[in-house]
Design a protein around this ligand. Structure first.
Ligand code: MET
Ligand code: ZN
Length: 806
C-alpha cells in the first residue's frame, strides 16, 4: 500500500454492466431486491478489491450508489418531494423518485456539471421537510471498513453546499430570490444533519472523510454560492461539520476553484484539500498563493474523465512543479502531496484489458480505464521522491514513455486535414449569401407552404430494425441483404410521410444505432470500444468513441440512403447529419490537440458530406447540434471562447451549402436563454428546438432577441407515449403565432421519434398535420402543397390515451 495515494470513486456498473442488468430486471419485477443488492455488493467488493490490490492508500466508500449519487443523498437526507413522501424510506422510494410511479412523476434529470452524466435534481419544498435516514449509507461504510480496514476507508460525503446548489425549487415558477432563500433554509436544515453524520463516521474509526464539494469550482459564478460555502465551512473549530474527531479532505473537481475561493479554502481547518490538476489551472493557484504546510494536497493528476493513460513527461513535470511550489511553506513539501484521480472514476469505463486490439487501433498502448487509472495513481505516488530528486520521466516510466512516443509518431501526417485547416479563410465560415437572399432562393426551389410540417429525423427503431443491424454486424446478413432491408424501411417511412401529408420528409435513420456512433464509425481517427461503457443515468450506459487521430471522411456516409428516399417522392427529403460539436462533446477527445481543432476537423468532414448530399440533389440538410450547449465551460469567463469556436465549427460544416439549400439544425436538451447570440450566429435557415415550457418563454426569448430565421419549436413532447390531440396541437401553434410571424415558423415534434412506436407516431403526426392545416385555414394561409392526403385509418390514434408500447 502506498500511503500518499488516494481514490475518489470507482465506476459502479461492474466490469460487464452487471448492475445495469440487475437493476432493469428488478424494475421489471423479475428479480427481488435482495438478489439485486447481492449483485450490487459484489460489484462494490470487486471495486474495492481492485483498488486494494493496486495499492491505493485511501479508498473511497459510499460512492457505490444504486442509481445516482445526488439521488442517494436526497434519499439519505429524506428530502423527498411530497408526491413520493408516502413511500417507505429506502431503495424503492429512491427508484420511485428517479423513475416516477403512478401519479407521482420522476424528479428532473440534468447534466452533472460539464459531464455527460445526468443526476436527479432534488426538489426543495416549503416548508423544509427532512427525514434523515443514513442506515444504507452507514452500512456501506461498515462493509468498506470490514473489507479495507478503518484506516484505509475514506467515506465519500456529498457536500451540503453542492447538494443544495444543484437542487431546484419544487415550484418551477418560483423567482430567483425565492429559490435562493429556500436554498438557504435547506442549507440551515441540513448542516446539523451533516455534522451529526460526520460525527458518526468518526466514531466508526475512519481516519478521513472525503467531503465532495465540486460546486466550489463555481464560486465565481454567484455571490450566493460563495455565501453558502462561508456559512457551511468556516475557519473556526466551532464549525459543526469540521469539529468531529476525524480528518476532512475537502474535494473539488472539474475546474480550478479560482483565486478567491482558493484563498478561502486554504484557510479552512481541514486536513486535506483536493484540487483538479487536469482542468483549469490549479497549478497557478498553488504557485501564486502557496499551500499551507499543515495540510495535505490531494493532487488530482490522474485524469478521471479521460480514457488516456497518464503521459509521463506531463505528470512528472506537474508533480515537480507542485512539489517545488509547496516547498517554501513546507520543507517536506513532497510528503504533503497525495496523488489522486482528478475526480470519481465513474466517467471512464471499467477495464481496458478486455478491449482486444483497441491499443493497436488507436496507435499505441496509451489507454487507461478505471482499473489502470488506480494503478497509475499508485505508480505516480510511489515515484514522487524520485521526481523531486530530479529523475527524468523516461527513466521512471520507460514503458509508458515509449508507448506515448510511438503513439505521437503514429498520429502525424496521416491525412491532409492539417493542410485544409491551415487553408481556412473567413469565407470558410460564412454562407455564400445573407439569410434574406437565401430564404428567397430556397422558397423558389422548395415551394413549401407557409407553416411547413416536418420531423426531426428518426422514426421508430423497432425490434425488427434493431435485429437487422445486429444480424448485419454479426455477419448473419450480407451487406446486400442488409441494404435491401434498410431500403424497405426507408420506403415504408416515405410512404407514411406522404400519406400523412408532411411537407419535408426524412428517410428515418433506420441504419443508425446512434447519431454519433454512426458517423464516428465512418471517420478516420475514431476508435470504438467493445465494452467501454460509462454510466449516463440510472442503468443507462453509453460507449463514447475515442478520438485518437486527425479526423477525415474517406467516403460519403449518407448519400445512398438519401437517394433511395428522394427517388420515392417529389417532396424534399432532408439530409440528416450530426454536427461537429455534438460529435466531439459525446466522444472522448484526444489530449494532444485542442478541442477546438478537433471540432474543426470533424466540421471539415461534415462539410464534405454536405457537399456530397447537395450534389446528390438534396435541398434541405439538417445538421443536428443537441449537445452544443453542453460543452459550455463551467467558468463564466471561458464561455465566450467556447461559443465562438463551437459556432465556428457549425459554420465550417455548413457554409459550403449553396444559398438555395436550406440548412436546418436541431437542438434539444437546451436552455437557450444564455446562448441566443451563438444560436443566431449559427446562421441556420431553420432551427428546430425543444420547447417543453408551456408558457412560450422559449419563444419569447427568441422574439426578444429579434431572431429572424426559421424556427421549429417542438409542438409536442416526444418523450411521452401520449398522442397529442389535434386541439392541443392547434392551440399550441396558435400560441406560437401570437409570438412569432407565420413566415418564420416550422411545425415539428420536439425531437426524433426513434423511441416511440409506430402507432404513437402515426397518431401524433397525423394530428400535427391536421392541426397545422386547421391553423392555416383559420389564418387565411393557403395550403400551397395542394396535395390530396390520405390519412391512414385507425381513429383510436387520434385520442389522447397512451398507446401500448410495442
Ligand atoms: C438527440 S437529437 C436527435 C436528432 C436525430 N436526428 C433524431 O431524430 O433522432
Ligand atoms: Zn433532439
Amino acid at each position: 500500500m502506498v500511503s500518499n495515494s488516494g481514490a475518489l470513486g470507482f465506476p459502479r456498473m461492474g466490469p460487464n454492466r452487471e448492475m445495469k442488468f440487475a437493476l432493469e430486471k428488478h424494475w421489471r419485477g423479475k428479480m427481488d431486491e435482495a438478489s439485486m443488492l447481492a449483485i450490487a455488493r459484489d460489484v462494490e467488493q470487486q471495486a474495492w478489491g481492485i483498488q486494494m490490490d493496486a495499492g491505493v492508500g485511501l479508498i473511497s466508500a459510499g460512492d457505490h450508489c444504486l442509481y445516482d449519487n445526488m439521488l442517494a443523498w436526497t434519499e439519505y437526507l429524506g428530502a423527498v418531494p411530497k408526491r413520493h413522501a408516502h413511500l417507505a424510506p429506502g431503495n424503492e422510494r429512491m427508484f420511485a423518485m428517479a423513475r416516477g410511479i403512478d401519479n407521482a412523476p420522476a424528479l428532473d434529470m440534468t447534466k452533472f456539471f460539464d459531464t455527460n452524466y445526468h443526476y436527479e435534481v432534488p426538489e426543495l419544498e416549503t416548508p423544509v421537510a427532512l427525514q434523515p435516514n443514513f442506515a444504507n449509507y452507514l452500512e456501506t461504510i461498515s462493509r468498506g471498513i470490514a473489507k479495507m480496514g478503518a484506516d484505509r476507508t475514506a467515506p465519500v460525503v456529498l457536500g451540503p453546499v453542492t447538494w443544495v446548489h444543484l437542487a431546484r425549487h419544487a415550484n418551477a415558477e418560483a423567482s430567483e430570490e425565492a429559490t435562493t432563500a429556500l436554498k438557504d433554509q435547506y442549507l440551515d436544515a441540513i448542516l446539523p444533519v451533516y455534522a451529526a453524520l460526520i460525527g458518526k463516521l468518526a466514531a466508526m474509526g475512519v481516519q478521513e472523510v472525503q467531503l465532495h464539494e465540486p460546486a466550489l469550482v463555481m464560486w465565481d459564478s454567484s455571490k450566493t454560492l460563495a455565501a453558502m460555502f462561508k456559512k457551511a465551512y468556516f475557519a473556526n473549530k466551532a464549525c459543526p461539520m469540521l469539529s468531529a474527531d476525524v480528518k476532512v479532505n475537502l474535494v473539488t473537481f472539474f475546474e480550478d476553484v479560482g483565486a478567491e475561493a482558493y484563498q478561502w479554502v486554504t484557510a479552512l481547518p481541514v486536513s486535506a484539500i483536493s484540487l483538479d490538476f487536469t482542468r483549469g489551472d490549479s497549478l497557478k493557484l498553488v504557485k501564486g498563493y502557496g499551500f499551507p504546510k499543515d495540510k495535505v494536497l490531494g493532487a488530482g493528476i490522474i485524469d478521471g474523465r479521460s480514457p488516456w493513460a497518464m503521459e509521463p513527461a506531463k505528470v512528472v513535470s506537474l508533480v515537480r512543479e507542485v512539489a517545488s511550489a509547496i516547498m517554501p511553506a513546507n520543507p517536506n513539501g513532497s510528503d504533503n502531496i497525495r496523488v489522486q484521480a482528478s475526480c470519481n472514476l465513474q466517467f471512464v469505463p471499467w477495464d481496458v484489458t478486455c478491449e482486444g486490439d483497441l491499443a493497436e487501433k488507436v496507435g499505441g498502448d496509451v489507454l487507461a480505464f478505471a482499473v489502470q487509472k488506480v494503478q497509475e495513481i499508485v505508480a505516480l505516488a510511489e515515484a514522487v521522491p524520485k521526481i523531486t530528486a530530479g529523475k527524468e520521466a523516461k527513466d521512471i516510466f520507460p514503458v509508458l514513455d515509449k508507448a506515448w512516443k510511438a503513439f505521437s509518431a503514429s498520429v502525424t501526417d496521416n491525412t491532409n486535414t492539417a493542410k485544409r485547416l491551415a487553408g481556412l479563410t473567413e469565407a470558410s465560415f460564412s454562407r455564400p449569401a445573407p439569410f434574406k437572399e437565401r430564404v428567397a432562393a430556397q422558397q423558389k426551389s422548395l415551394k413549401l407552404p407557409v407553416l411547413p410540417t416536418t420531423t426531426i429525423g428518426s422514426f421508430p427503431q423497432t425490434a425488427a430494425v434493431r435485429k437487422l443491424r445486429r444480424e448485419f454486424k454479426s455477419g448473419a446478413l450480407s451487406a446486400e441483404d442488409y441494404e435491401r432491408a434498410i431500403d424497405q424501411q426507408i420506403s415504408y417511412a416515405i410512404g407514411i410521410q406522404e400519406a400523412l401529408g408532411l411537407d419535408i420528409l426524412v428517410h428515418g435513420e433506420a441504419e443508425r444505432t446512434d447519431m454519433v456512433e454512426f458517423f464516428g464509425q465512418q471517420f478516420q481517427g475514431f476508435a470504438f470500444t467493445s465494452n467501454g461503457w460509462v454510466q449516463s443515468y440510472g442503468s443507462r450506459c453509453v460507449r463514447p468513441p475515442i478520438i485518437h487521430g486527425d479526423v477525415s471522411r474517406p467516403t460519403a456516409m449518407t448519400t445512398r440512403e438519401f437517394k433511395v428516399a428522394q427517388e420515392l417522392t417529389l417532396r424534399p427529403v432532408k439530409g440528416m447529419l450530426t454536427g461537429p460539436v455534438t460529435i466531439l462533446n459525446w466522444s472522448f477527445p484526444r489530449l494532444d490537440v485542442s478541442r477546438k481543432e478537433q471540432a474543426f476537423q470533424i466540421a471539415l468532414a461534415i462539410s464534405d458530406e454536405v457537399a456530397d448530399l447537395e450534389a446528390a440533389g438534396c435541398k434541405v440538410i439538417q445538421v443536428d447540434e443537441p449537445a452544443l450547449r453542453e460543452g459550455l465551460p463551467l467558468k463564466p469567463l471561458k464561455k465566450a471562447d467556447y461559443l465562438k469556436w463551437a459556432t465556428d465549427s457549425f459554420l465550417l460544416s455548413t457554409a459550403i451549402a449553396k444559398p438555395e439549400t436550406s440548412i436546418h439544425t436541431h437542438m434539444c436538451y437546451c436552455d437557450f436563454g444564455d446562448c441566443m447570440e451563438a444560436i443566431d450566429r449559427l446562421d441556420a435557415d431553420v432551427n428546430s428546438i425543444e420547447n417543453a415550457r408551456s408558457d412560450n418563454t422559449t419563444l419569447q426569448s427568441f422574439k426578444e432577441f429579434n431572431y429572424k430565421k426559421g424556427l421549429g419549436p417542438g409542438l409536442y413532447d416526444i418523450h411521452s407515449p401520449v398522442v397529442p390531440p389535434v386541439s392541443t396541437l392547434q392551440d399550441k401553434l396558435e400560441g406560437f403565432l401570437k409570438v412569432l410571424p407565420k413566415e418564420q415558423l416550422v411545425c415539428n415534434p420536439d425531437c426524433g421519434l426513434k423511441t416511440r412506436t409506430w402507432p404513437q407516431v402515426l397518431g401524433a403526426l397525423r394530428n400535427l398535420v391536421e392541426a397545422t392545416r386547421n391553423v392555416r385555414t383559420l389564418n387565411g394561409i393557403s395550403d400551397a402543397s395542394g396535395q390530396a392526403v390520405t390519412v391512414p385509418s385507425g381513429g383510436h390514434a387520434a385520442c389522447c390515451t397512451p398507446v401500448a408500447a410495442h
